[in-house]
Design a protein around this ligand. Sequence first.
Ligand code: SF4
Length: 65
Amino acid sequence: MSKKVYIETEDCIGCENCVELCPEVFGFDAQENVAFVIMEEGGSEECIDEAIEDCPVQCILWKDE
Ligand code: SF4
């Protein structure tokens, strides 16, 4: 079972916190004003956990596959 990170983009407010914290994992869609996941797995788990904690609307989540 592997863990994958995803963003519930309908809740994202485009603050870019996650992009600043983990630019290798999260990208930013300036047109839609939402963050997106570049790398679902393989990024630093610690960094992703920090981004999850820092997201003001808690729309970054781990899912188990
Ligand atoms: S931290 Fe949360 S609200 Fe901010 S850009 Fe990332 S996913 Fe969106």
